[in-house]
Design a protein around this ligand. Structure first.
Ligand SMILES: *[C@@H]1O[C@H](CO)[C@@H](O)[C@H](O)[C@H]1NC(C)=O
Ligand SMILES: *[C@@H]1O[C@H](CO)[C@@H](O)[C@H](O)[C@H]1NC(C)=O
Length: 359
């Protein structure tokens, strides 16, 4: 008993030493970006939004559209989907709907998973800062992430969905979320809503998001969308990519703030989950940058929620023929499903059988 108590004391001393060491590290000057305001992290909200970011991966469009998928319950129960957009060619997906319990419009994005996650991650090493972010001197981003939101049917579908949601529910808050590449798209969307729709209350929360632009872009992003949280998990490799070279702060990719890092604290068998709200630099060296990004499995689970496709053959989508009535296909072969939650309730799930079509 005595020994056990000793052990606990020792552990606490170690933890204290460890944490004061962290404090010291924070004080070491590192390249700061000009930050305006920093978002307040709300753990409860994060555990809700991560479920939306997970649900958007579902390939069964009927279940997603009627919000009856296996990932569509729990904290997201009662969500009213308004617009579901599928870019078939590029394998992108997004939805707009209203969460009455949050009193907010929720927008979630899923990025491409055409190839294996390993291949996708390997490609991330080589992504160039190859286009200027329009209207901002010196701000550069990666065109693939930029165009996935800006140059596909996603943007028009999302703006249309927001307009409909506002007609029905008034001027409520907007929360934009996504995981991985979907997080990159969520970031561009949040920025776009502030800039082109002049929306005031836009919150962005991404999970396991890669870097998307340079330091000028990061600084601009923080100024325009200060209410942004970028959650990273343990050794998740994706937030480490494309690489950040701190010797060339102006030339490389750089994250925007504010990171919240989920990690395992403690020693030996005394391990518990902890989270750290990081500084305003976007590249807090005491957060995910304090560890090597070498894990894909840490990328696929956030707050114990499974992220990623439900079927290994990724880009397949499935839907009930009756749902076609709610959809239209644009010139590019993309699918947009719309509904008005005030007018009718969908009850498609009662006798579905095998009567499905694949696209
Ligand atoms: C955090 O978010 C939850 C869910 O939206 C909300 O109920 C709660 O009031 C928020 N907490 C704070 C401190 O803002
Ligand atoms: C967007 O798409 C149009 C038409 O397909 C193309 O001409 C344009 O170059 C694209 N823009 C970017 C930034 O890729």
């Amino acid at each position: 008993m005595e020994r056990r108590r000793m052990l606990i004391v020792v552990i606490f001393i170690c933890m204290f030493a460890f944490s004061s060491c962290r404090e010291l590290k924070v004080k070491v000057k590192h390249h700061q970006i000009q930050h305006h305001e920093l978002a307040t992290y709300n753990h409860t909200l994060a555990t809700i939004l991560v479920q939306y970011a997970s649900a958007v991966y579902m390939s069964d469009l009927t279940e997603l559209f009627t919000w009856t998928c296996s990932r569509c319950d729990g904290l997201t129960e009662g969500f009213e989907i308004i617009e579901l957009i599928v870019d078939v060619k590029r394998c992108l997906q997004g939805f707009v709907g209203v969460a009455t319990d949050l009193n907010a419009i929720v927008i979630a994005f899923r990025g491409t998973q055409e190839r294996s996650i390993q291949n996708w991650v390997e490609d991330l090493y080589w992504k160039q800062l190859d286009i200027d972010y329009p209207g901002v001197d010196g701000a550069m981003v990666h065109h693939g992430f930029y165009t996935a939101y800006h140059n596909t049917s996603l943007r028009a579908g999302v703006l249309n969905g927001i307009q409909k949601a506002k007609e029905l529910y008034g001027d409520i808050n907007i929360m934009v979320t996504g995981h991985s590449m979907g997080g990159a798209m969520a970031a561009f969307c949040g920025l776009d809503l502030r800039l082109s729709l002049k929306e005031q209350n836009v919150q962005v929360m991404t999970f396991g998001q890669p870097r998307i632009g340079n330091s000028v872009f990061a600084s601009y992003f923080n100024q325009v969308v200060p209410d942004t949280i970028r959650v990273t998990n343990g050794h998740d490799i994706v937030p480490h990519l494309p690489p950040y070279y701190h010797y060339f702060p102006q030339k490389t990719y750089r994250h925007f703030p504010r990171e919240v890092w989920l990690y395992k604290a403690g020693f030996g068998s005394f391990i518990y989950p902890a989270e750290k709200v990081c500084d305003g630099s976007g590249e807090d060296p005491t957060c995910s940058r304090s560890v090597s990004g070498n894990s894909i499995s840490d990328h696929l689970t956030y707050y114990d929620v499974e992220m990623g496709c439900d079927v290994s053959s990724s880009c397949r989508i499935v839907m009930d023929p009756r749902i076609v009535a709610y959809g239209k296909t644009d010139f590019d072969g993309n699918l947009i499903l719309s509904r008005d939650p005030s007018k009718y309730n969908l009850e498609l799930n009662k006798d579905r059988g095998n009567n499905q079509i694949s696209v």
